[in-house]
Design a protein. Structure first.
Lengths: 236, 236, 236, 236
DNA sequence: AATGAATGAGGGTTCATTCAT
DNA sequence: CATGAATGAACCCTCATTCAT
């Protein structure tokens, strides 16, 4: 009833081997994602690129969505790690510099430049990736995310000084929101990209990092100001 | 077995009739969009709801994307109109109130609450609607948008006082970005919505309007502050 | 976003044309079914054979199952028509012949020989065709079937004399059951067919029509006998 | 992320252990078959339920079909055993009762009520189970079946008196056919089941056992009658 | 202008079976 | 004997768009 072919691929029996294979898949997915959109990547193409059978992909990921969610998670993990390290460094140095906000913003811009995939994945996170996953996976993801937000948020609080305890996470979520929105606007599809060459609207083009930098900077300043004012009015 | 006579619709010969028919389609599209997502709305369903043939829709719109882009435009038009009116009122009153920012933010929240479709359409504007349109249409749309941004932006400049000439438009674009990001995060799909009932991550839920209000408010304050500082440092 | 090709096929605008096209599809389906099993027929293959696009099939039938159900229905319709005609002829002739049962059985065998597809479709009717259809379609089908059963059943009653009013339909359903079972047993798959060449079990092979003839004949005789006995015991 | 240690099952070295393991698998298959259809039972699910690896199942059965064929065979074995015992009892008693047919039919209904799985497996026997098996297995199965048919058939001949030597087996095959057909018709899928609640076709529902009882009874009576008539006409 | 029949690419997923370990 | 990772064929159906009528 069912045909089968010999299986030319080595079998990953050990957990470590399975982990490696999983990473291999994610790595190939990343490569494809660099060149094309999520929609343009078919599981068939990914399997071919990975040198694996289509079915094998489903041994490691429950669905295409969960696969890319895992890719996002991997990147995010790294990103948080790097940002944490830099924040800790910054905190240690105790920069006499008044303008910590500026430092923080620069830090974020730098780390995002190194992880542009992350921004692109973030764009589809809420509209696609989080749609076709098991609830258990959703909870797992959000739990992990929450932990990161808490940890890095708390570092942010220390570095920036002005936020109250617990507000750091919210600062990250707001950065998130800004990234989603600004990235989309700054990186339109080919049609709009060409349209924006039109002289009268050329002004609507902007560089994502430049714009994010300014906006997030202002946002943090504004929040700090609110805090100061609140304290002052409380003191008086 | 088969439907009765075809009974074709009366032809819209006059421009006014064509205009009306176009509006009818948009109105029905709006109705369907209230109940479901963009993807869930098929052109077939829309044609049936409109009492028109599928092909007829394409007499009025070049593609599904252009149709919803038109819907977006219609809403946006109204939204700008209302916001302009309110801004002008505010400017006229010359509120001695120092906190114009607060007033402006309240205004925006109020107008967005009245146009929630707009936010939902905005979410798909860059990722979907702007993808499959003719370049001429893209230019037309962007030109119109630019005009609105300039006009309303300039009103904003007057109301808020701190922005330099031409910066008002950017304030609107930043609001745009925040809306896109925050809306997606505040309104997840059913799976994540349920996942967020989990006790440990319940804290990640937030109300879009509340959050937008705070964030945009801080953003404006921050921008104002930067301006003041810049001037001060310039003066000194 | 979506490509399209010119549509080389003439359009069936009139109901009559649509009816013809529908029949064309059914006819091609019948051809394919002659050569292979239901499972072996892919909608893609059928569309190619029909010279139509895959999607076009779905304009005429909601699913593969409904398509073959329609094929079954068409055949059944014809079968009932022929059987009715023959029964009426038989009734008219008023065969002095005592053995009406024999005549009826011969009639059924003859009509079934002319509609062997019907038997093969009947095999999959309950296990496949009736599984993936809309309930409304199921009701429609069963209603039509009920009418046929009543009409032909009543002719059977007249011809055979012994059945009470309303029992004729049941005679047909019992024939149905016998056909389903005997056909499967008489026409095994290739493996079993070959196995039955083994000398010790060669005796298990049998001819469907021969066997059906004998069995149904005995069944009718038995029913008649029961009736007679019942009457007799009632009279005495 | 990954499951704990593999902890392979103890090896069944002795034949008795292998036999037990084989039975365990069949037993679990029976459990799953009680709750769902053949198609709905995946080898993966069965292996999990059995606490064995997927590959292990294939150490005991060559294919899914052979596995369920074995399940069928096991049941059939039991069924024949019980029926034989009852038939022998009946023969011993030498029931003065004229209506042995009635007794035999009651016996069969009783035994089938106790083995409803058997009927459900019978439905798929010819269309599925016998399709993907080795020819040697097919021969083995048919040989065993033939023996049973002969033995039980001969008991039937003795009990019923009217069949000639060798005809008993055919009586069983005819019962087989009736069961296949009537069971399918009496136990439709969910859609048709619901459709049959429709008032005008509610009459098409029937109870399998009731109907089988009447039909098989009539069939036997008819066969007996034919015999008597044949003899009589021969004598005269 | 209006119709609606025709198009056909496109793709994720399942699952019985194998065989290296 | 036992394992379970790997295989990969197979398939229905949707739906935006076109264009003959």
């Amino acid at each position: 009833m069912y045909k089968q072919k010999p299986s030319p691929n080595k079998r990953a029996r050990q957990d470590s081997q399975k982990f490696e294979r999983r990473n291999l898949i994610l790595e190939e997915a990343r490569h494809l994602f660099l060149k094309g959109s999520y929609e343009s990547i078919s599981m068939a193409a990914l399997s071919k690129k990975s040198g694996l059978a289509k079915g094998t992909l489903y041994l490691y990921f429950k669905s295409k969505e969960e696969l890319f969610l895992a890719l996002y998670e991997t990147h995010l993990e790294k990103w948080f790690g790097e940002v944490n390290a830099e924040l800790e460094k910054m905190i240690h140095k105790k920069p006499a510099d008044l303008n910590v906000i500026h430092l923080v913003v620069k830090l974020m811009v730098r780390s995002m430049k190194a992880h542009q995939d992350l921004a692109r994945l973030l764009i589809i996170l809420h509209t696609i990736l989080e749609q076709n996953i098991k609830i258990s996976r959703a909870i797992e993801f959000k739990l992990k995310l929450a932990k990161h937000l808490t940890r890095t948020g708390s570092l942010l609080e220390t570095a920036l000084k002005f936020p109250s305890s617990g507000e750091g996470a919210m600062l990250l979520l707001r950065a998130n929101a800004l990234i989603i929105g600004l990235w989309q606007m700054a990186n339109p599809g080919p049609v709009v990209r060409e349209a924006l060459e039109h002289p009268e609207i050329r002004g609507m083009k902007f560089d994502f990092f430049e714009e994010f930098s300014q906006t997030y900077s202002a946002l943090l300043s504004g929040l700090e100001l609110n805090k100061t004012n609140a304290k002052r009015s409380y003191q008086s």
